[in-house]
Ligand binder design. Structure first.
Ligand SMILES: Nc1ncnc2c1ncn2[C@@H]1O[C@H](COP(=O)(O)OP(=O)(O)OP(=O)(O)O)[C@@H](O)[C@H]1O
Ligand SMILES: [Mg+2]
Length: 422
């Protein structure tokens, strides 16, 4: 079976506000599709090979008990999500698109296209779709723990907050999904909608990125960016993209920085207005940067996390540094996703490494990884304040990288040493 997807890319401006689900898909006049102006000169025709099953509406109605309220598991800007079971016995999540029109169709097609050709452990799996008449349905693997958003914001009574290590593993896994899209996918992809509600969790809290309706290919080798109307979600959008529509992979890095801050702080990307003195401080980024620059890093930490403990001040500082680097105003100074993955992997492994290295290499351990000298902090703050030159910014990024590499080496050396002692 070969599915032929024909689609025409149209332009549209949209910024969703994640603080209010009902208004997330902006239906204001400015967000209605402008007269269908193709972004690419000609219609794009892509063949998607045998990866994606086409379901009849009846099959999916049966799977979800007729889209009953009992099967309902979530609601987003696109529509409603139901839990179902296929005739093969597999559990699935069926997303019913209620957002019609040209833009809705475009996002539906882009989603099917992207998830048909790209596969990775940290991307949600698409079983297939249904498209009878005007009814658009997407059939995904069922993710039993829902979205990351459900685990860090508005916890239900009695719900356990995530511990530090789980949060870091989720961050590292999500970064790996992004690394695949940026570096391994061919053509490379800019995801454009990274946020906590689009990071789904399997039964072991393994994260998978979902919702590719806004994703973009590119930019092509001779271009530094893709020009497009601004779309995404308030609080996650990189400032240069929001102001110019110039989209690069560094826009995703910015959104990743916001997600990392949410994991550390337990606060939403766009905080409720009642918590803030002015409109600027509603933005988590602004709020955290102010505290970070003032040296008040403990105040950034999620109080639920502080109560649970289980993380060191040094790991916290490093993680915050990664987040702050991702959020730099100057997009070019933000780290590459490969650098983010290396550093977060280290932070995840840090605890076990510290345990093994302590046995034989205590002095080295302190020097190599856990100390953050005042000098280093000053350099970091200068970078954040935009006071440093590009070379200095590069040096700070390189430092973070070699710091992580160093740790990795020391960890494997000491693991080998302790293994040979056994
Ligand atoms: N594959 C899935 N498995 C389990 N639950 C899912 C799955 N996909 C979505 N959900 C649930 O449905 C909710 C709504 O998802 P949806 O993607 O429609 O909206 P959203 O991501 O919250 O917002 P937006 O439409 O702005 O992206 C999610 O937060 C999640 O709890
Ligand atoms: Mg979503």
């Amino acid at each position: 079976m070969v599915t032929c997807l024909c689609f025409e890319l149209v332009r549209k401006t949209k910024l969703k506000d994640n603080s209010d689900k009902k208004s997330k898909r902006d239906k204001s006049p400015s967000s209605t599709p402008s007269p269908a102006k193709p972004e690419r000169a000609s219609e794009t025709v892509l063949d998607v090979e045998n990866r994606c099953r086409i379901f009849s509406h009846q099959e999916l109605a049966t799977a979800t008990n007729n889209f009953s309220d009992e099967s309902l598991i979530g609601r987003g800007g696109f529509g409603t999500v139901y839990k179902g079971r296929l005739d093969t016995g597999e559990e699935v999540a069926v997303k019913m698109h209620e957002n019609g029109g040209v833009q809705g169709d475009k996002e539906f097609l882009v989603e099917v296209l992207m998830l048909s050709i790209y596969h990775h452990d940290n991307l949600v799996h698409l079983f297939g779709y249904g498209a009878e008449n005007n009814r658009r349905l997407l059939v995904y693997e069922y993710m039993p723990l829902g979205s990351l958003d459900d685990h860090i914001h508005d916890l239900k009574d009695g719900q356990e907050p995530l511990d530090w290590n789980t949060r870091m593993k989720i961050a590292a896994g999500a970064a790996k999904g992004l690394k695949y899209l940026h570096n391994e996918a061919n053509p490379p992809v800019i995801y454009r909608d990274l946020k906590t509600s689009n990071i789904l969790l399997d039964h072991e809290y393994k994260p998978k990125l979902s919702d590719f309706g806004l994703a973009k290919f590119g930019p092509s080798k001779d271009k530094s960016h893709v020009s497009t109307r601004v779309m995404g979600t308030h609080g996650y959008c990189a400032p240069e993209y929001a102001s110019s529509g110039k989209l690069t992979h560094k826009s995703d890095i910015y959104s990743f920085g916001v997600v990392l801050l949410e994991l550390i702080s337990g606060r939403k990307a766009l905080m409720p207005s009642c918590d803030c003195v002015d409109s600027q401080s509603r933005y988590l980024v602004h709020w955290a940067q102010t505290l970070f620059s003032g040296g008040h890093i403990e105040q950034i930490v999620d109080p639920k996390l502080s109560r649970k403990g289980g993380f060191s001040k040094k790991a916290l500082r490093r993680t915050l540094q990664v987040a702050m680097m991702c959020l730099l105003e100057d997009a070019n100074a933000r780290p590459l996703i490969t650098e983010v993955v290396t550093t977060l992997d280290y932070i995840v492994e840090y605890k076990s490494m510290r345990r093994t290295t302590r046995r034989g290499q205590r002095g080295d351990t302190e020097r190599a990884g856990t100390s953050s000298s005042p000098d280093e902090m000053t350099r970091m703050l200068n970078v954040l304040a935009g006071k440093s030159d590009p070379l200095e910014r590069r040096r700070v990024v390189d430092d973070a990288k070699s710091w992580a590499d160093d740790w990795r080496k020391k960890g494997s050396q000491s693991t080998a040493a302790s293994a040979s002692q056994c």
